[in-house]
Design a protein around this ligand. Structure first.
Ligand SMILES: [Zn+2]
Length: 614
């Protein structure tokens, strides 16, 4: 397909209409003004300079893998399914197209053809917003044009995951429009939407419910995720794609069996596919942020609380990719009956978006606490994405665990990991009308302008290994504003200092500490966040099964070898863990000394996250 100048002009006038009439639309469904004016905003990707090796190496590695992918290989399943010549090697794994695919025979090759294409375009576009690299920009432009040639109904007809794949393609094009300023992105999106819509169910269809009558005998054709697409449709309407996306976004909200009961605080999580349902809560948040629906905000807040009640100490959730009944022993049982504890890249991607939206709406520090936990204990410890498609998928919280790649290459998690790696920047800081919120403590510099002043805020320290985080302000002219710093709920005895003076009563665990003043270059803020050891139980019925935490970090016990019995320790012995180096602790026990490491430094060592204390 080539986009004519006429089509392009049409799409840009649509975009202009979207901006001018956005206030009007939002009166639609619920008859209320959207709360957008009260939301904290995200900074741009390019506003944050990172100085953390762990975060930056994940971004560099994933970006290098994406940049090196052959474009013919990326296009291959799209071309094959559309009946076009498809030169080049197969990428392999989930990404390939296999017309004879049968999930009962071989789960690996051909499960979800081209499912990650849109996510990779999205991650490249976001990376361009960070690095401004011309090669990255050119790659996005080329991929979008090559992709546009393949748009066909057959792609959706032959696809087990038409809504899932459409959702990712949509976001890739939207990010190309927003961050790369691809002038054709919205027109290609229109073409994609026109082609996909007749092959989507028209409303949210739950996992496992048959809706494609030509594939009634094969359950794998009921695993699409149409209940997650509203988020990006509503986002598209906000970013200028047109009113149609707003209407579609509302049309696909999964109300009857999911958001309605959740909004009444009924726990209906049990048995649902974990990642996709947590991801769908982002649609509920978007329904609030874009259209002002209080019901959907209630649904998301309630569901998040239910999710926390069944989360591991790491912040991860959903053993065997399944959400659980309230008060069940399933999460406890997962410590011995599975190694598939938390779908880490997809799960953390959904978790970060959800908590980011919740934080922007509520300014409640607990959502930042949760992000921090998931970041340090799960995704930052993901094994690096490999050029051959080897991908870290499940974090393992079995009592006999190790860090491994998934057998299947290029799974869903190879699509979300590159997006997570770009997004640390937009999770760390937020802005209000006269305020900046510091949410995550990661060495970095934020640069922004306000009322004609150019400001920067640089944070330093070795948190979460050391208590101390320090911030230095520079500004082109003295500027009055409020800086807010998250004081984690576990940080009893925390203190805040401004230019060396302790601010009494300011640091309340579980809240943001607000400092309003006229800031000048050289002003310093210091935080002291006491990293006390503590134990968390797996659930309320198994209080002798505990994890050891120090601040936001879970310390995991290294086992001498796979299959070795769990170390016999007492609560007192765990709490008395001695630091023996910057990243390592020792617990003395009757069965000998036990080395404790955070997830990010476990390497290939066998480990356990939980102990049965004696
Ligand atoms: Zn995944």
């Amino acid at each position: 397909m080539t986009i004519s100048r006429r089509q392009f002009l049409q799409s840009s006038s649509l975009a202009a209409a979207a901006i001018t009439s956005s206030g009007l639309w939002s009166r639609g469904a619920w008859g209320v003004e959207p709360p957008a004016a009260n939301l904290l905003s995200e900074f741009s990707y390019g506003d944050v300079l990172m100085a953390s090796d762990l975060h930056e190496s994940q971004l560099m590695t994933t970006h290098a893998v994406l940049m090196a992918l052959s474009e013919d290989s990326l296009l291959k399943p799209l071309r094959q399914m559309s009946g076009m010549p498809a030169p080049g090697e197969d990428l392999g794994g989930w990404y390939d197209y296999d017309p004879d695919y049968d999930y009962r025979k071989h789960f690996d090759r051909g499960f979800a053809p081209a499912c990650t294409f849109g996510q990779w375009v999205s991650a490249l576009a976001r990376a361009y917003a960070i690095n401004g690299d011309e090669e990255t920009r050119q790659k996005v432009l080329r991929l979008n044009r090559l992709y546009a040639q393949t748009i066909s109904a057959d792609f959706y007809i032959k696809n087990r995951f038409p809504a899932y794949t459409y959702d990712k393609l949509l976001l890739g094009l939207l990010d190309s429009h927003t961050y790369v300023k691809d002038p054709q992105a919205l027109a290609i999106l229109e073409q994609t939407t026109n082609t996909a819509l007749p092959h989507l169910p028209g409303h949210a269809v739950e996992h496992g419910v048959p809706w494609r009558m030509d594939h009634n005998d094969d359950p794998s054709w009921t695993w699409d995720e149409s209940y997650t697409v509203s988020e990006n449709l509503l986002l598209a309407s906000q970013r200028g794609a047109g009113r149609r996306y707003y209407d579609l976004g509302l049309q696909y909200l999964d109300d009857t069996t999911w958001f309605d009961p959740l909004s009444r605080n009924e726990d209906v999580l049990n048995g649902r596919h974990a990642y996709s349902h947590v991801n769908s809560l982002c649609s509920a948040m978007m329904a609030y942020m874009v259209a002002g629906s209080e019901k959907h905000l209630r649904a998301a807040r309630n569901a998040f609380a239910m999710l926390q009640a069944q989360s591991y100490a790491t912040g991860g959730w959903g053993p065997d990719e399944t959400l659980r009944a309230p008060g069940s022993s399933d999460v406890y049982a997962s410590l011995t009956n599975t190694h598939h504890s938390f779908e880490t890249p997809c799960g953390s991607y959904a978790h970060f978006k959800l908590t980011r939206y919740l934080l922007r709406v509520t300014r409640d520090a607990r959502y930042g606490d949760s992000m921090e936990r998931v970041m340090y204990n799960t995704i930052l410890g993901a094994k690096p994405l490999q050029e051959n498609g080897e991908t870290f998928y499940y974090a393992d919280y079995n009592l006999d665990a190790k860090r491994v790649y998934k057998e299947a290459r290029w799974p869903c998690c190879s699509g979300t990991l590159p997006q997570v790696a770009t997004d640390y920047r937009i999770n760390m800081y937020f802005r209000g009308p006269q305020a900046v919120y510091v949410n995550l403590y990661v060495p970095s510099t934020l640069r922004w302008t306000r009322n004609g002043a150019a400001l920067s805020l640089t944070q330093e320290g070795d948190y979460p290994y050391e208590n101390h985080v320090s911030f230095t302000v520079t500004t082109s002219k003295p500027t009055e504003l409020t800086l807010h710093f998250r004081i984690p709920a576990w940080a009893e005895g925390a203190s805040v200092f401004v230019n060396g003076a302790r601010q009494k009563g300011l640091a309340v665990p579980g809240q943001f500490a607000a400092i309003r003043r006229e800031w000048k270059t050289g002003d310093r803020v210091e935080l002291d966040l006491p990293l006390k050891m503590r134990l968390e139980t797996i659930d309320t019925q198994h209080t002798d099964t505990v994890a050891l935490l120090r601040g936001p970090l879970v310390l995991m016990a290294v086992k001498p070898q796979q299959g070795a019995p769990a170390p016999k320790v007492t609560r007192e012995q765990l709490l008395a863990a001695k630091r023996v180096s910057e990243r390592q602790w020792l617990v003395s026990s009757a069965s000998g000394a036990v080395t404790m490491l955070p997830f990010t430094f476990l390497g290939t060592l066998p480990y356990t996250t939980y102990f049965k204390v004696v």
